[in-house]
Design a protein around this ligand. Structure first.
Ligand code: IVH
Length: 696
């Protein structure tokens, strides 16, 4: 292709891709298949790579992200970002209307819009191109998050049409639709379950609500991650010199023709009665929206009248927010059941009489632990209040004591494991009860084996929940290591009927020649899996994928990890006391040592691969000893330690008179710095270290 043809094709692709983005993300009317869209985008990415001279800031390829922002630049708002006054009742709303009436000498109209629950953003466009996106911050200045905002597909990078102002700001709300929110939480939950966290810890880590999630996402450092989190943006206000619109609605209509996403639920209301009708409608209908709203914003439509009314110190006199009451329903607590996790943690679950709440039917609510039940003084048969609040899983907020049956008794928390009958334990200072029968409780055993074979662990995908249960029921496996003793003749022909919990047809699994071969092959192949994944697969509490990687890199072998003390373990990056204690406990149990030995015997990798071991690269640090403390920009702490060894140096854990250098990163330990000063040990930075590395 000639240069001019390339440029023309690039421009044509950009236009076409942005049109498709607009149709899909703004108008919700896709006109191309995902596959065809990806093909167009791929072609553009390829052309821009081959011709970097034609790359531009507003190309749709920018939406993929990839920019890392370490620190967001603080930017002063051209127009301060104010907040809105609130009303909580019809009476308060009528008071507002009264104030508006008194402030104006003409008839007026309102515009009602949904108040989107996300983070406010100001977008500046110059000559039709998005040049800056700034968060609200303290209202006077906010953070420049332009690179992240560019990944949001519904925000135009280049405006449509021609009649937009040369320089203006448009403000709106970045939000996370419930579908994106649920998807991310499901992923987090699945991973944490696999890593052995209990329900309470998972609840702690999950995104609390779409608003927090949107706020957290927009301040992430890696715009690629932002681009993957499915954010959306509605616009609701325009600012600029000499804007030619007479009313808010006119401005929004124009903005819509330039490609912005304006809510289709924005409505003109001629009187406060109309406003109240709008509120009544959305009080219920808001639960059918794909995103969260708990307020409505009521604005005087005419700009002239807005100016007449003006502002108080904090908010406009021409607008107000109306807050819906958070919905709570009452229902009957029918039963409390208890779930056993793979680490033995017990979680109580409230089984409720089905009730419709905030858009869905609720049958269960989490109770977290025994304390929670006691605090609420729950009794079976109680009429309880259930609320969704900002959280995903409904919770019980109280009991209707008037409806309580006089003969009811407080709930007695289970004393024995609902699965194996062993007496439950609760360690001092912990809220959770545990089934201590680690080696005998079927749910725990099966859970551990399922974790062991999971994709990110040993990845034996020819086995699944049903087959594991079948092998367990037939007495063929008691722990994950038994998988390596399975023989063709023991498993061929095994059968199991699996009941369908939803009441559908039961499923029958039976092991025939082909599936037996597949299972044995999968088990055999798992012997090649890298050490860090074997370590993760073992199911040590709190040793998730990342922790396993860090441990593997730091200690290099299972032998070293199993012998390490808590003090030695916390030396490794990201390993805290809690994780360290859990590892030490794991290796203090005889059956665990046996289990590990069986895995060793089966031939699994128990050391980090040779190519990741430090091999000698030079002698430049010969005779030098280093203490590495803090965090670094270009390397992880373990990478630095590896480099030191690769170049002939030694790592020490504490500063002593023999230390040659204290390599101090950000947040280096104060006591180490003090000691270095006292002993005259030279303190060097990451920069100094890199210079030393590059030296002869
Ligand atoms: S109008 C002068 N309209 O609410 C203030 N705000 O409490 C003009 N918000 O920071 C704001 N949806 O983040 C307006 N349809 C809407 C809104 C909305 C959400 C947020 C916005 C603002 C806050 C004000």
């Amino acid at each position: 292709m000639s240069e001019s043809k390339v440029l023309r094709r690039i421009e044509q692709l950009r236009k076409e891709i942005e049109e498709h983005n607009h149709k899909y993300y703004v108008q919700a009317k896709p006109s191309i298949s995902d596959y065809d869209f990806d093909m167009l985008l791929e072609e553009l990415i390829k052309l821009e790579k081959e011709h970097p001279e034609y790359a531009t800031d507003d190309s749709p390829t920018q939406r993929v992200g990839g920019t890392i922002t370490k620190e967001f630049k603080s930017v002063k708002h051209t127009y301060p970002m104010l907040s809105l006054g609130n009303t909580y009742s019809e009476d308060e709303l009528r008071d507002f209307d009264e104030r508006v009436r008194k402030g104006l000498d003409h008839e007026y109209e309102y515009v009602c819009e949904l108040k989107f629950d996300g983070v406010a953003i100001g977008l500046t466009y110059k000559e039709g191109k998005l040049v800056q996106a700034v968060t609200r911050g303290d209202g006077v200045q906010g953070d420049d998050v332009t690179a992240n905002v560019k990944t949001i597909r519904s925000i135009p990078l280049t405006l449509h049409g021609k009649n937009y102002p040369e320089d203006f700001e448009i403000r709106g709300e970045i939000l996370m639709p419930r579908s994106s929110f649920n998807k991310i939480n499901k992923e987090i939950e699945k991973q944490m379950i696999e890593d052995g966290y209990d329900e309470e810890e998972i609840a702690d880590r999950l995104l609390k609500n779409p608003r927090n999630a949107a706020a957290g996402t927009i301040k992430m450092q890696d715009s690629k991650v932002v681009g993957s989190r499915g954010l959306d943006c509605f616009l609701y206000a325009m600012y600029g010199k000499n804007l030619s619109f007479e009313s808010h609605l006119d401005a929004m209509k124009a903005a819509s023709t330039w490609g912005f996403k304006i809510s289709e639920h924005t409505k003109k209301c001629k009187s406060i009665e109309d406003v109240i009708k709008y509120l009544e409608h959305w009080d219920k209908a808001r639960f059918d929206l794909p995103y969260d709203t708990d307020d409505v914003v009521i604005k005087v439509n005419s700009f002239e009248q807005q100016n007449e009314l003006g502002f108080t110190a904090k908010s406009p006199r021409w607008a107000i927010a109306y807050k819906f009451k958070s919905e709570s329903v009452s229902t009957i607590l029918e039963e409390i059941t208890y779930q056993v996790g793979r680490t033995g943690a017990i979680t109580p679950v409230a089984n409720l009489k089905a009730v419709f709440l905030a858009g869905s039917t609720v049958r269960r609510a989490t109770l977290h632990n025994a304390d929670q039940i006691e605090k609420l003084d729950l009794r079976i048969g109680d009429t309880v209040y259930v609320e969704k609040g900002g959280e995903v899983i409904p919770k019980i907020t109280g009991v209707d004591l008037k409806k309580r049956n006089k003969n009811s008794e407080p709930v007695v928390y289970v004393k024995k494991c609902p699965d194996c009958g062993t007496k439950l334990e609760r360690k001092e200072g912990e809220v959770q009860h545990y089934c201590p029968n680690i080696t005998g409780c079927p749910t725990q055993i099966k859970g551990r084996i399922e974790h062991f074979i999971s994709r990110r662990a040993m990845n034996i995908d020819s086995l699944g929940e049903g087959k594991i249960e079948m092998l367990f029921d037939n007495g063929l496996i008691h722990n994950p290591a038994d998988l390596y003793n399975l023989k063709y003749e023991n498993i061929i022909g095994l059968e199991k009927v699996i009941e369908n919990e939803e009441g559908g047809k039961p499923k029958k699994i039976s092991l025939q020649e082909k599936s037996v071969q597949k299972i044995l092959k999968g088990i055999e192949e798992s012997k090649e899996v890298a050490f860090e994944r074997v370590l993760y697969a073992m199911g040590i509490r709190y040793v998730g994928e990342t922790v396993a990687k860090k441990l593997a890199l730091h200690f290099k072998s299972l032998d070293a990890i199993s012998k390490a003390t808590v003090a030695e373990l916390v030396e490794a990056e990201e390993i805290g006391e809690k994780i360290a204690a859990s590892i030490v406990e794991f290796f203090s149990i005889k059956t665990n040592i046996q289990f590990v030995n069986e895995l060793k015997k089966a031939g699994l990798n128990m050391e980090i691969a040779l190519d990741r071991m430090p091999s000698k690269l030079s002698n430049k640090f010969e005779g030098m000893s280093f203490v590495v403390s803090g965090t670094f920009t270009n390397f992880s702490r373990d990478e630095i330690k590896m480099l030191i060894e690769q170049h002939g140096g030694k790592n020490q854990s504490g500063v002593s008179a023999k230390t040659s250098f204290l390599l101090a990163g950000e947040k280096a330990g104060d006591s180490k710095l003090e000691k270095a000063q006292k002993l005259n040990v030279k303190v060097i930075s990451e920069d100094d270290f890199e210079k030393m590395l590059k030296g002869k």
